[in-house]
Write a protein of this length. Sequence first.
Length: 465
Amino acid sequence: MNYIKYGFLTVLLFTAGYTIAEPAKGLINYPPVNDVTLPNGLRVMLIEHHEQPTVSYRVVVRAGRIDGPLGKEGLADLTARLLQEGTLSMTSDQIADKIAEIGGELSISSQSNYTTIGLNILSEHSRAGFDILADVILNPVFPPQGINRVKKEMLNTVNMDFTDKDKIASNHGQLLLFGSEHPLGRANTKNSLEGISPKDIRDFYQRYYCPNNSMLLVIGDFSKEQMLAQITEKFGSWKQAEPRQRVQPKPDFTKKGKFRVVDKPDMTQAVIYLNQWAISSKSPDYYEYLLINYVLGGSDFSSRLMSAVRAKGGKTYAIGSRYDMNFDYGILSITTSTRNQEMLNTYQLIQTELKKLIDKGITEDELVKAKAYISGAIPLQLETPASIADKILKAIMRGFTIDDLSKEVINYNSITVDDVNRVIKEYIKPENMNIVIVGDAGKIEKQLTQVGTYEKIYYKELPVR
């Protein structure tokens, strides 16, 4: 065990195959990575880790909501979820039973920009688990009964979304930011899901689930020579395809924000949701922006928004900001709920804090605490082989390398107050923020007019315009 001190935090590290090479500088040595690419284009990353008798597999396919055609919203998620519904050799029940018999954990997660298929397994059952994983990825059959069942689940979620005021707000916020002609600006709907045919699913799978559009990372108790041999045996004949070129978002940092009111009668509270474009992960100001978000609203009870709006203002129970960064774009959002009669006051408090942030910047004390917290949290993200795999893959999908990860703490600690405040002035633009307020428009109408000119839409109308 290692004890590493970051600012005012002392972190107890249960070594998971990595070390702090230079504690004073914060350099993190990740386990050696054997990085190879098979002839068919599949990138394979192997990390031996013999301290725990487990193996974690992660397959990442660059296929997400961003790749779905307009009018077929939900196709990427539906395709991903159907991988477990049966293969050429197993039914969905057989897949579940075999995974349970060997104590494995199989998970599939579809994100905006990619899909991850993961398996955690004891090393003694590694090969059996790997064979199931490979079968699920390479040989899905998309059975009609599976399509109907998963579609029904997704349709239920769409119906539930109309009762979730926070989901309503974020759906409309995404639309205002991305626009209705971009896949990320459009939410799943009853029509879009019902319009997806079995052929659409097969075509999406064949176009995007291919080796030259995927990556496989394995970490755990194995021999890299043997592991590479079994991967080549199973995935070496996986056929290449030509995925469609993505329609990447085009962030416009100068465009004025829009104001939309979503009328949901009989609500006793109003949801306030703000968003604007933020820098991408490839920006040289990436670390500064993460620190800005932490100080503004990403740190729960110690953030400026929480202090001003909740602790001092007493307007809400919770408020926070989120920085969602991707390789080609980023989004900064702020979300809270408040009593109808306090909607305007709450909105004005948020705007006041944003103005203070721009005019005065952050303090040295805030920066020290933010760097200490974030730096201290990094080793805690590396406690198990599975968590190391997830962190590496997320970093790679954002354009980072293992070397970048090893220098995270160094990069954070090299940032100055002047660096952060320069980025604040350059990118935090309240006048360019989209505003979505979900509430009983009749009860808060007088307050809304003081916020600005707005368009109003009924909450059950589709947010596609």
